[in-house]
Design a protein around this ligand. Structure first.
Ligand code: AMP
Length: 425
């Protein structure tokens, strides 16, 4: 039997109702903050991720689904393509390619879609997973660098989680400094690690050399005491960075969004600067980050674009759904009415009634003229329909229908043009 590829899965009804509920809430919240949707391709040039996420990151070094796409002629060189492992790079590429900087103000963009990483599958971790993300990017003259934008994004996320009824989340906040701060900090880490790194797990050792900041992502328990003693980024922030961070925190306090400072939070990707954050949730176990994000002031330039500071986040929708504490039953809209056509020739008649009711925004399920009434009742109650509408030749000739409430058993006679109103009531 053919099966879904390892690390991928089918999302089936009724679970997809929960996903749609989350998507709809996100779109609603984004609208209130004046964000607009962007849809970028799932396929991108591999070089995009090498230059943005970084060649030394686990994502690019180990987890990419990438291949050389065949040229048309045998002699023609192929292009290296990749399934996107995240969406910020694609958004910034699109920002540059479509000259979005020419538009007034900052760009406030959001996306919802699948991402791909060849990670070891486990609870809350898939090879095809879904992210809901948003970015604010634009020229510094439009205010894209302002700490007010960082705070706006964080407050928006708190609003979205509240709106979804997710409680028990923690906002972990840090500033990882400007590029110069990071360079000095990296050097300090490298020195601190030089004498002790041999005691660490081989993977952490490699990080200590290639990209010392990544050492903080080492999860090996034995290495944690070493990591705990390393210098802290908070000691390396220059004055403007410290100020920026202080203002982000000030606005968050002003709007009442609680946060925890965590100066070990460095985030896995190369392009982050200044504000970095994660929202974690206790119910998720080892993979406890629901979402992560931060500033990426140099990313546009790194990709050959104009200076365009930005900040954004990506929510792991798979994990968000897991922490939702809602079952599909809670968000599912069951049929308002099940129409039971009684007898030969009735399908074409009930089709018209169904059309009338559906145009009034009712959820209508249709039976079939070949079903006995008993079977229709069984199906209607299995589906959880509120009403069943019995529709035979007699009803169509008199124009009055028997509408039965399946919960109470109460049955009323309703003229055809009052059906929608009776059901809505
Ligand atoms: P990142 O782009 O790594 O910062 O990821 C942002 C969010 O996406 C994380 O906080 C997770 O919630 C989610 N995420 C990342 N990788 C996976 C994965 N393999 N499976 C499910 N969710 C993921």
């Amino acid at each position: 039997m053919l099966k879904a590829v390892r690390g991928t899965r089918d999302l089936l009804p009724p679970e997809t109702e929960t996903w749609n509920f989350v998507d709809a809430a996100a779109r609603d919240v984004f609208r209130a903050y004046n964000f607009h949707e962007i849809r970028t391709p799932i396929l991108e040039d591999l070089a995009l991720f090498q230059r943005s996420v970084g060649e030394e990151t686990d994502i690019v070094a180990k987890e990419m689904f990438a291949w050389e796409d065949r040229g048309r002629a045998a002699s023609e060189k192929g292009q290296w393509l990749a399934l996107r492992p995240e969406n910020t790079a694609g958004v910034v590429r699109a920002y540059i390619e479509n000259k979005l900087w020419d538009r007034p103000g900052v760009q406030k963009l959001y996306y919802i879609g699948p991402q791909f990483r060849r990670e070891r599958p486990q609870k809350g971790r898939y090879r095809q997973f879904y992210q809901i993300g948003a970015e604010i990017i634009g020229p510094a003259s439009a205010g894209s660098e302002s700490p007010a934008r960082d705070a706006e994004i964080l407050e928006m996320l708190a609003t979205l989680l509240d709106r979804l009824g997710i409680t028990g989340w923690t906002l972990q906040l840090n500033s990882i400094g400007c590029l110069a701060d990071r360079a000095r900090y990296n050097e300090a880490l490298r020195q601190a690690l030089a004498s002790i790194k041999d005691k660490m797990d081989p993977d952490c050792q490699r990080r200590a050399v290639t990209n010392p900041l990544r050492v903080f992502d080492c999860k090996v328990p034995e290495d944690q005491p070493i990591i705990e003693k390393l210098p802290r980024i908070s000691e390396f922030l220059d004055e403007p960075c410290r100020q920026h961070y202080a203002q982000v925190k000030e606005i968050l306090r002003s709007v009442g969004v609680a946060f925890e400072e965590n100066d070990r939070l460095v985030r896995g990707l190369d392009y982050y600067t200044r504000t970095a954050f994660e929202f974690t949730h206790g119910a998720l176990g080892a993979q406890n980050a629901i979402l992560g994000g931060g500033r990426y002031d140099g990313l546009s330039e790194a990709l050959g674009g104009p200076p365009a500071p930005g900040i954004g986040f990506a929510i792991g929708e798979d994990r968000l759904v897991m922490s939702l504490g809602k079952s599909p039953e809670d968000v599912l809209r069951k049929p308002d009415v099940y129409i039971a056509p009684l007898g030969a020739g009735m399908n074409k008649e009930v089709a018209r009634v169904a059309r009338e009711l559906r145009r009034k925004d009712l959820v209508v399920e249709l039976g079939d003229e070949s079903f006995r009434l008993k079977k229709s009742f069984e199906i209607a109650s299995k589906l959880g329909a509120k009403y069943i509408l019995i529709s035979g030749e007699n009803e169509f000739s008199t124009g009055v229908f028997a509408l039965k409430n399946l919960a109470t058993g109460e049955q009323v006679q309703v003229p055809r043009d009052s059906l929608a109103a009776a059901i809505q009531r």
